[in-house]
Structures are given as C-alpha cells and as structure tokens.
Design a protein around this ligand. Structure first.
Ligand SMILES: [Zn+2]
Length: 211
C-alpha cells in the first residue's frame, strides 16, 4: 500500500505539489486505489476535485465509479487544459482513466504540481496489444511516485499485468466493454494473441477457398 511521505505542507507554509501515478491492467484496482487516496484527503478537509475524460461514460457521467461501487463525484472534461482553472484552487486533484487523454495531459499535470497541487493520476499503462497507452509512459517519467497495481490472471492465477481482449476488434478504445476483456499474465496473454492470429489466418484461408 502506498503511504504518502507527506500529505500536507504544514500550517502557513507555501503549498508544495507533486505527481503520483497509479497504473495497471484492467481489474487491477487502480480506481479503488485512487478513491482510497482521495477519500482520505477529503476526510482531512482538503479541497479535492476529480476529473475524467468526457468519453468515458461507462457508468455515470458525473462519477468516478470503480468496479466495487465506491464512487466519488467527478467532472468530465474533453481536453486536459480544461482542468487548469478549476484545479488551481485545489489541494488534491484526481484524474481517472488518464490513458484516454492526449499528450497535453503531461504538461497540465506538471503545471498543477508546480503550483502546489497534489496530482494523483490513474490509468491503464498498456492497451489490449500490450503497447504503452497514450500519455501514460510520459506521466510515469515525470511523476515523483509510481504505483503499479496488478490483477490476477483468469487462466492460471498468476499475477496479471495485461488486458486481454477476448473479441476481434482493432480499435484501441473500446468503452463500456469490460466483459470483452480479461486480466492475463504475460504467458497467457502471449498464448491468447497467438491463438487470435491463428484464428484470423484460418478465417482468411476459409474465405479464400469460398471465392
Ligand atoms: Zn496466466
């Protein structure tokens, strides 16, 4: 569990900001960890705001909702710079599903932290192909604190860090489709990917024979 080295700045001292990043695959508990940190700040009467990309409308337009239904109200934004004004007066800013934002998110997080805001960012580190996702790699580089959380592989029970897509689609963003994914370890992820390409080759061969 992540224990903050410092959470306040002492009474009367200038605020000091920093960036925390929480990454992992689907079903790894990223959002739960984000909510845990934000709730504790709220209990301490710190001013907390939460943002998420406008396109993530899986459950509620206005809530960061984790899969265990602990939720905190949040504001959907389309572009990262929309956060600057409302976030500038906050002690703590949470950003969920950060992988869906563009690269300007890195600058926005840096600006907020430079101005004394504690910024906590949660997102998928890899897409369904196992490739780094959107602005996440750059955020990991500039963050003071990085937490990688893991799921459990549904096939073998090992530690899982991949989000395996069970259906055929080449889109990077598939929203509201958690049923279409499962958490897998490296070994089972690779096996699944090989199985998919073999199935595709077989389907192509069948289509070729029909013509
Ligand atoms: Zn496995």
């Amino acid at each position: 569990m992540f224990i903050e080295p410092r959470v306040g700045n002492g009474r009367g001292l200038p605020r000091r900001g920093w960036i925390e990043v929480i990454v992992g695959s689907m079903f790894s508990g990223k959002t739960e960890e984000l909510i845990r940190r934000l709730n504790r700040a709220k209990i301490a009467r710190q001013h907390v705001e939460i943002f998420k990309p406008g396109l993530d409308t899986r459950y509620h337009a206005e809530d960061v909702v984790s899969h265990n239904a602990n939720s905190i109200r949040s504001t959907p934004v389309t572009f990262p710079n929309e956060m600057l004004l409302p976030a500038s007066s906050c002690d703590v800013v949470g950003i969920d599903e950060a992988q869906f934002f563009d690269d300007s998110l890195v600058d926005v997080c840096n600006q907020l932290a430079d101005h004394g805001v504690r910024v906590i960012v949660a997102g998928l580190d890899m897409d369904y192909l196992g490739k780094p996702f959107g602005p996440m790699p750059a955020l990991l580089a500039v963050a003071e604190y990085v937490t990688k959380v893991h799921a459990v592989c549904v096939r073998c029970g090992d530690i899982a860090s991949y989000s395996f897509r069970k259906i055929a689609s080449a889109e990077q963003v598939l929203l509201g489709e958690t049923d279409s994914y499962e958490a897998r370890c490296r070994h089972c992820f690779l096996e699944g990917q090989h199985g998919k390409s073999e199935a595709q080759a077989a389907a192509a061969a069948v289509a070729h024979l029909k013509h």
